[in-house]
Design a protein around this ligand. Structure first.
Ligand SMILES: [Zn+2]
Length: 1106
């Protein structure tokens, strides 16, 4: 035993760096002896590589024999080290217990409680009352401001001094009127560094303010995380004191925890694992927590271990600080503003302390909030962005949902986001960043590329319930063949903490071993956790290059993707959507939010079109640039991945509804103003203008206001993207080749509606028993089956209530049975015929529906009103079609895709509930049935049954979600030929973009007018808007896409005076080779679309100068 101690001493003599001249070797020897004496030779583990080296050097084989016997007990060694760093056990004598030294209470504490989220300037003016540790405050969503007066003891000169603060809620420290650090227990931020070394003459008295929000990192759920918030929750301050912090002990703790992680992570088959364990064990031997002079020896042992390098082939982890902040979720939007400040100021301090630390930050909206609420913090972020430490990523306004927003809205996410990043940070983002969204549209690759982005990072598909996605690195090919490089961090997380376990998971889990040797490692507490900590950085630095582990470098997205791009040739390609096999309930939950989204997308479309036309025709019209930007940003904000999806708390849903209301009310004002300007000066008979905002001519039945508030039906024809005067009794009626609608009720109570195009037959309970294409006599409803069948399902997911509908809900299908005799004729026929009925869905919920058929219309509409009061039920409507096909088609952004109607493979059956936009279609050769809707997104086609998801009733995180009254419309369109040739796409547009009857201040024009039309029905002119940041007053941007999935030649005709037409990208940057060939006609201007626009569902833009 004595011999052993001597050997160890020799070893340590080589390692110790006695800066202070202390006789280290001697003290270490004493320590080893002491420990060894008390703990059965624990100090004599002969496997220490250091010890071996020393032994060999000194005495050869004799000494080797002398180094034994060592105990080879894995578990006791491991647990011994664990106890040495434990925050729970043996803190009276272990290393963790000595992390903080002397302590003293704060000199004075006072508090002020408010339901408002006040500015610092307002808050400090308030009356503060004395408070103590133990102070309770609340309730939920209130804010408690603390004034903290400190006097640092003089004897602490030379020491690092912290304010140790522990309270419920999320805190922000203010010093000299500036935010300086976030405090949150859940994010391991319980102390604020007052000084890293108190100098002789430094001021020792200080007043700080701590602003504590009464909500946790994840809100205030009662009982479980996603339960609705507890409004009465109270919060408590449990610690507020000054303490001396021992940085050297902190470093040892980091080392020991990493060594433990390596020992456990590499396991007993690994030589390196044992080396880590015995190094740690030896460190415990030499380290006396009460004697700092013993620390350097322990540190040297660790440094020796971590300095043993790996080989050239090691995998490289690109560690980037991150803090995913949900823009609203289990807390309201306004709290997110403060979460951003708390998190980013904390990251900023780390950037100051660590010049190599890089923090990536997405979502322009959050930066915009911080800019307006915390200008000095924002200026510092901009400064760090110049140095490359603060890296804006993503390019979008918010991290939006990847399924539900329209194509145009997705483009606007990038347009608003990228222009913000360019203006504020001097460059466009080159990576799309959406780690936490519930699936990714097949249209995203094209949109990304059109917005200057070729790289994409996410990880959410690791949540798939059924299938494991086969790649972490791949090329993702969208609808038109555009490709982007995608990286999923293989650790399956965007909130790592720098542990060995995570590092090993990242490298072991990587599904592209041998193909890609670089991975992202995103570290930092998300949401209210305040992002990364110094400890995480210390860990990652230690793992820079250590044998047995991947190489870890603090890095940026650009460095990661550049490395991946250099090996891109090895990667596989994934074509089409990235479907998340979970959270399929988010296509339906919170139906009013979904309806607001669809409706407001339409309103903004219509305003932009009419304002553009007014701009082109009237020298006096001012395009409402600022108002439109404001309204668009509200819509984009609501498209955040926990808002439009309905997975938010009630407070957020209420805010979202207010945003929609703003868009509706301001939008209507803007529409009227544009309509007024558009027809100013054109004399006409009446102050009513009928407007068609779609790019094709329409003849439809429209309800027009009559004097006295009544409405009358009229059949009107309006040219494409143009207007027509409202018909009057004296104006000529449009040609009516169509048969008037014929309505008849049989004696059995059933009703037939027939407009010569389709014939609809409803049974006395409102079921659709027959739907016939009159010309061919072809029946669309499956033989013996009932269409318009409402069905209820039990809807109890495994956990994520608002998010998930599980596969097994299909096993609980219960058809809703109606009562005969409720079906009546509504409108008698002629221009319009209808029948309506009532249906009791359950004891608490009921439905009324009007089934409407218009003259000349190829589809029958179902106007539905539901009073919905359920718990964990799912309402759908089904249409069994007389169609056989293994694929159904669903509309997505700027295009469509197909999904199977069968469950052959696990990938097929995992898509039992899918999303669509305005239509879905089931077609066989020569015939098909399309199901259109005006505000729904959830759908499925199983076998021959088309099903539209109508309403859910989840209870968490919003117990009131979807309770109450709902109105929506769906429509059914049988057709010959393909959905493309049959006009399903324009029909679905028409259902969603009704003709507008707009009152205008003066007389309306006497003649119809069209601004734009196209030569090919395959191309849709989706958007007409003023160009962003245009120097000339009247430059318009036209967004078009080919909607059939084909290659076509197409000309655009416009009656506007065009000086120049050029191709541009989705950010409206001119394509240098994008001059469009054009020719003049007597009535206007024709220009041909380049192939980029007229092929394969690709969105593209052209710029018109008028
Ligand atoms: Zn999120």
């Amino acid at each position: 035993m004595k011999q052993d101690s001597l050997e160890i001493t020799t070893c340590f003599q080589q390692l110790a760096q006695p800066e202070d001249g202390l006789p280290k070797a001697a003290s270490v020897a004493r320590k080893a002896a002491r420990v060894g004496g008390g703990r059965a030779d624990a100090g004599t583990f002969g496997s220490c590589p250091l010890q071996h080296a020393a032994v060999k050097q000194n005495s050869g084989s004799l000494a080797m024999a002398a180094a034994a016997p060592s105990l080879k007990h894995w578990r006791t060694a491991l647990e011994r080290v664990e106890k040495f760093v434990s925050p729970l056990y043996f803190t009276d004598c272990n290393l963790r217990g000595s992390l903080f030294g002397d302590r003293c209470p704060v000199a004075a504490l006072a508090s002020f409680l408010t339901p408002e989220r006040l500015s610092y300037e307002d808050a400090v003016q308030q009356d503060f009352s004395p408070a103590q540790v133990g102070h309770r405050f609340g309730p939920t969503w209130w804010t408690c401001w603390f004034r903290v007066e400190l006097i640092i003891p003089e004897s602490w000169v030379g020491q690092e001094v912290h304010l140790c603060w522990e309270s419920d809620g999320e805190g922000l420290v203010w010093r000299d009127g500036e935010p300086v650090q976030g405090l949150t227990t859940e994010g391991e931020k319980n102390s604020y560094v007052l000084t890293s070394r108190l100098g002789e003459g430094d001021p020792r008295s200080l007043t700080l303010y701590v602003e504590v929000a009464c909500n946790g990192l994840l809100g205030a759920g009662k009982g479980s995380m996603i339960s609705p918030p507890d409004p009465e929750k109270m919060f408590q301050l449990s610690q507020a004191e000054l303490a001396v912090f021992h940085r050297d002990i902190h470093k040892l703790l980091v080392d020991l925890e990493l060594l433990l992680g390596i020992a456990k992570g590499l396991g007993k088959d690994s030589q390196r694992s044992f080396q880590a364990l015995y190094t740690a064990n030896q460190m415990v031997n030499v380290c006396d927590p009460t004697r700092p002079e013993t620390f350097p020896v322990a540190q040297a042992l660790a440094s020796r271990f971590f300095g043993q390098r790996g080989g050239d082939s090691q995998h490289t982890l690109h560690a980037m600080g991150h803090c995913h902040i949900d823009t609203a979720w289990l807390w309201p939007f306004k709290e997110t503003v403060r979460k951003c400040a708390r998190s980013w100021v904390t990251a900023l301090k780390l950037m100051e302390q660590n010049a190599d630390f890089i923090f990536v930050c997405s979502q322009a909206q959050q930066l915009e909030w911080v800019k307006s609420h915390y200008p000095s913090l924002y200026a510092q972020l901009q400064a760090f962005a110049c140095q490359g430490q603060f890296v804006p990523v993503g390019g979008t306004w918010v991290e939006m949902d990847g399924n539900l927003p329209s194509g145009e809205a997705m483009v606007r996410q990038f347009l608003q986001g990228q222009s913000f990043f360019l203006r504020e940070f001097g460059k466009l983002c080159s990576e799309f960043w959406l780690p936490d969204t519930f699936g990714y549209s097949a249209q995203l690759p094209q949109i990304m590329r059109g917005c200057g982005i070729t790289r994409f990072l996410t990880q959410k598909l690791s949540w798939n319930l059924v299938n494991s996605f086969p790649h972490h690195n791949f090329l993702w090919e969208g609808l038109d063949g555009s490709r982007v490089l995608v990286h999923f961090p293989p650790g399956d997380s965007y909130g790592m903490q720098g542990t060995v376990e995570e590092v090993l998971k990242t490298v072991n889990n990587n599904k592209d071993k041998g193909r890609a040797n670089h991975s992202a490692f995103l570290f930092g507490f998300g949401d209210g956790g305040g992002g990364p900590t110094q400890t995480m950085l210390d860990r990652l630095r230690r793992l820079n290059n250590t044998d047995g582990l991947p190489r870890v470098q603090l890095s940026s997205p650009d460095q990661l993707f550049k490395a991946l791009e250099s090996d891109q040739g090895q990667l596989c390609t994934w074509v089409g959507e990235l479907f998340l096999e979970l959270h399929n309930g988010t296509y339906t939950t919170h139906a009013q939010i979904k309806k607001g989204n669809r409706e407001c997308e339409r309103i903004l479309h219509d305003i932009e079109l009419l304002s553009s036309l007014a701009l082109a025709r009237s020298a006096h019209f001012l395009y409402p640039v600022t108002q439109l930007q404001h309204l668009w940003r509200l819509l984009l904000l609501n498209q955040f991945h926990d808002v439009v999806t309905g997975s938010c708390i009630q407070l957020v849903a209420e805010d979202a509804m207010k945003h929609y209301e703003d868009i509706r009310s301001h939008g209507n004002t803007l529409l009227s103003a544009a309509a007024g300007a558009l027809c100013a000066g054109e004399p006409g008979p009446e102050g009513l203008l009928v407007v068609n905002t779609l790019p094709w001519k329409r003849t439809e039945v429209l309800s027009l206001p009559k004097p006295g508030g009544a409405q009358s039906l009229a059949l009107v024809t309006v040219p494409s993207m143009g207007y027509a005067p409202a018909p009057t009794p004296s104006s000529p009626q449009p040609l009516q080749p169509q048969q008037p609608v014929f309505v008849m009720q049989e004696t059995d109570g059933s009703v037939t509606l027939d407009n010569g195009i389709i014939r609809v037959r409803l049974d006395p309970t409102g079921h659709l028993t027959s739907l016939v294409l009159v010309a061919s006599g072809r029946e669309a409803i499956a033989e013996g089956a009932l269409g318009n069948q409402f069905v209820l399902f039990d809807d109890v997911p495994l956990y994520w209530d608002a998010w998930d509908v599980m596969d097994y809900h299909l096993e609980t299908r219960k058809p809703v049975v109606g009562q005969a005799g409720t079906l009546s004729i509504g409108t008698e026929g002629g221009l319009r015929g209808s029948a309506w009925f009532l249906l009791q869905i359950s004891p608490n919920s009921r439905l009324s529906q009007e089934v409407v058929l218009d003259i000349g219309c190829p589809y029958v509409r179902f106007h539905t009103e539901v009073h919905w009061h359920e718990a964990h039920k799912f309402l759908k409507v089904e249409f069994p079609a007389r169609v056989r096909s293994t694929q159904a088609t669903y509309e997505i952004q700027f295009g469509h895709l197909q999904r199977p109607t069968h469950s052959n493979t696990s990938w097929d059956w995992a898509r039992f509930e899918v999303w669509t936009h305005r239509w879905m279609d089931l077609s066989e050769h020569g015939f098909g049935l399309a199901l259109l809707n005006n505000c729904k997104y959830g759908a499925s086609a199983r076998g021959n049954i088309l099903s539209l998801s109508l309403l859910r009733a989840p209870k968490a995180p919003d117990a009131t979600a979807d309770m109450g009254c709902h109105e929506f419309t769906y429509a059914l369109m049988p057709h010959e030929g393909s959905f493309q040739d049959a006009g399903v796409i324009p029909a679905a547009y028409s259902l969603n973009f009704p003709l507008l009857a707009l009152p205008v201040p003066g007389p309306a024009p006497a003649t119809a007018w069209s601004a734009f039309s196209l030569s090919s029905p395959a191309v849709v002119l989706e958007t007409v808007k003023q160009a962003e940041a245009t120097t000339q007053n009247c430059t318009l941007v036209l967004r078009l896409y080919e909607a059939y999935g084909s290659h076509v030649d197409c000309w655009v005709y416009t009656s506007l005076p065009v000086q120049e037409a050029v191709l541009c990208d989705l950010l409206e940057r001119r394509d240098p080779a994008g001059q469009l060939s054009s020719r003049f006609t007597p009535e206007g201007h024709l220009f041909s679309l380049p192939s980029e626009v007229s092929s394969a569902c690709a969105p593209a833009s052209i710029k018109l100068s008028t």
